[in-house]
Design a protein around this ligand. Structure first.
Ligand code: 3JN
Length: 333
């Protein structure tokens, strides 16, 4: 089997998960380069039983690299174009290029065909967008979508490794009656909720909310789908959840919707009210599928449905989706 030289740029929560997923899915990795800022350079990391030393990223880091997986953050703006110039295909986890009309924004279960027209960079959507569009796609194909109203319940792992430590530390502090010191988040996150992810924009939405609005339209290839979002950080370690209200363009019964979702790629329906079966972040942790449950009619609009959508934000919301894109890329190379 042909092998591909891979670089991973960034060694935080998503960078580590990329290594795990490449190994699990047996991606045909030839040479592997681990790149990061000078702060992490020199650290050693294991991949498939071998030890690799992290190098500092420079514009010249990418010669001979076939696939460069950027784990997010400012490195994308700084180095993605250098990687393309060196001949690599970049798969980028940051928001830098997502809305660029020359850059496909891909969720393999939804718009795999879009990988074919890239010009060197393919963007991985925001974690909250990915799991929502996977669940919307079968409904969109069957009945069209007029409007989506979503509220998210986002785990701290989405904000990185330091945020996970902050929830651990603050949980202990609260239970020990100690003062809580926020560092990553602007307020206490333990035993609290923050209706605030990323920066506030001029329209009073947060940037995370507008990512969900704009990215959903681009991935579905349909600007007419109205989306409005409220994104909330919750004291969960890993696994994002979403309450999704969908107004379809024509009637779909609940049983038809469940059947479509059951048959759709990458989805597991967990929905049995008698058995108290519904998706939860602790069950989605470590899994690659998107879990959908609480599927029910919304009688307040003509063709309304409500559902509850849960996924591992570091896996399907980031690393797994990026590696799935890489798998599509090498099929087309
Ligand atoms: O907080 C989350 O749950 C997801 C965070 C995503 C994120 C955090 C910082 C910068 C992004 C993203 O992927 O959209 C970015 C960004 O690249 O803008």
């Amino acid at each position: 089997m042909k092998k591909y030289n891979v670089a991973i740029v960034g060694t935080g929560a998503v960078g580590n998960k990329l290594l795990e997923v490449l190994e699990e899915r047996n991606f045909p990795v030839g040479n592997l380069k681990l790149l990061a800022t000078s702060r992490s350079a020199g650290k050693q990391v294991e991949f498939k039983g071998e030890i690799y030393t992290i190098e500092e990223t420079t514009p010249n880091s990418f010669s001979g690299v076939d696939i460069a997986l950027f784990a997010g953050g400012s490195a994308s703006k700084q180095f993605a174009r250098d990687a393309v110039k060196a001949g690599a295909v970049v798969i980028d986890n940051s928001s830098t290029f997502r809305m660029d009309p020359d850059v496909p924004l891909v969720v393999p279960e939804v718009n795999p065909e879009d990988v074919t027209w890239h010009k060197g960079i393919i963007a991985n959507p925001n974690c909250s967008t990915i799991q929502m569009v996977v669940a919307l796609k079968p409904l969109y194909d069957a009945a069209g979508i007029k409007r989506v109203v979503v509220a998210t319940y986002q785990a701290v792992s989405g904000a990185g490794a330091e945020a996970i430590k902050e929830l651990e530390r603050q949980s202990r502090q609260v239970l020990n009656n100690e003062n809580v010191s926020p560092e990553v988040f602007p307020y206490q996150i333990a035993f609290n909720l923050l209706p605030h992810l990323d920066v506030f924009l001029d329209n009073d939405y947060t940037k995370e909310e507008m990512k969900m609005v704009n990215e959903t339209k681009k991935i579905l290839g349909d600007d007419s789908v109205a989306v409005t979002a409220t994104t909330v950080r919750v004291p969960v370690f890993n696994g994002h959840s979403e309450a999704v209200n969908v107004e379809l363009k024509k009637e779909l019964s609940v049983s038809e919707a469940k059947e479509l979702l059951r048959k759709a790629p990458g989805i597991v329906v967990v929905d049995d009210s008698e058995k108290l079966a519904y998706p939860m972040p602790v069950d989605a942790d470590g899994r690659d599928e998107v879990f959908v449950g609480r599927i029910r009619k919304d009688d307040t609009v003509p063709y309304g449905l409500n559902m509850w959508v849960v996924a591992d934000n570091l896996r399907k919301g980031a690393a797994t989706n990026a590696v799935q894109i890489a798998e599509l890329v090498i099929k087309n190379l």
